[in-house]
Design a protein around this ligand. Sequence first.
Ligand SMILES: NC(=O)CCC(=O)C(=O)O
Length: 284
Amino acid sequence: MLRGMKFKIALVQLRVSVQKDANLLRARSQVLEAARHGANVVVLPECFNSPYGTAHFPAYAEPLAGPTCTALSQIAKDAGVHLIGGSFPELGEGGKLFNTSTVWDPAGTRIGIHRKIHLFDIEVPNGIRFKESDALSAGNEMTMISTPFGRIGLGICYDLRFPELAMCAARADCVLMVYPGAFNMTTGPLHWELLLRARALDNQMFVAACSPARVEDEAKNGGYVAYGHSSVVDPMGKVIATTDGEEGIVYADVDTDAIFAARQAIPVTKQRRFDVYPDISKGP
Ligand SMILES: NC(=O)CCC(=O)C(=O)O
């Protein structure tokens, strides 16, 4: 990991509509705006081109060689940024659908792909029931991308709840975990910031999460209200940039020196006792 590496990250909290073409155009203008403001790395939200809902995924799904990736490649190139293209419902081999994030360099070349590993299947009484696995298949690979600014680990939304991903990324020298994510109005207020700060502090790395804007109107939100609050957290667990539910762009300056400083001050990375912990993957 390089000391003194500085870059600006922008989280595009997009107002996602039910119209794919309009979403792609809006994403384009927002990414170009972020680039004009000096962003080097730009992130779009989970499901940035479609409403978030199992009933919608089949209708909006498209292959990697489809209009969404064509647009993302061109946007990255025109903006001259590293673009973490949120996620979209991908039509994969054998007709399987995935929640997929693609990453693009400033030449418009795809340099990473992440298929959501942990599907969002939950039932909170009097809160929310969602079963992503009704429509989607899970990805089976962790994703870390090499960029000129350092390595970046990638997860999608519910992946945030599984600390192992971020810990593996930190131990593989990633400076930043990025999560395109659309938390909801039940768990968002309680867990979103807490989880982002926990992942950052546990691993003494930067963490960024980019949500769609909050759209309350049911005719326009496809039946799911995203929490918003796209945020960036530093390696000490401090929220250094955030917002509310409105559409907008969140900017933060990332300086890898903050990672070294946190790890020097509180050296948990070197103090872990792997000789003591059992292999918990097999159960109690
Ligand atoms: N899109 C998602 O994975 C939502 C995750 C979520 O809201 C949660 O509470 O976890």
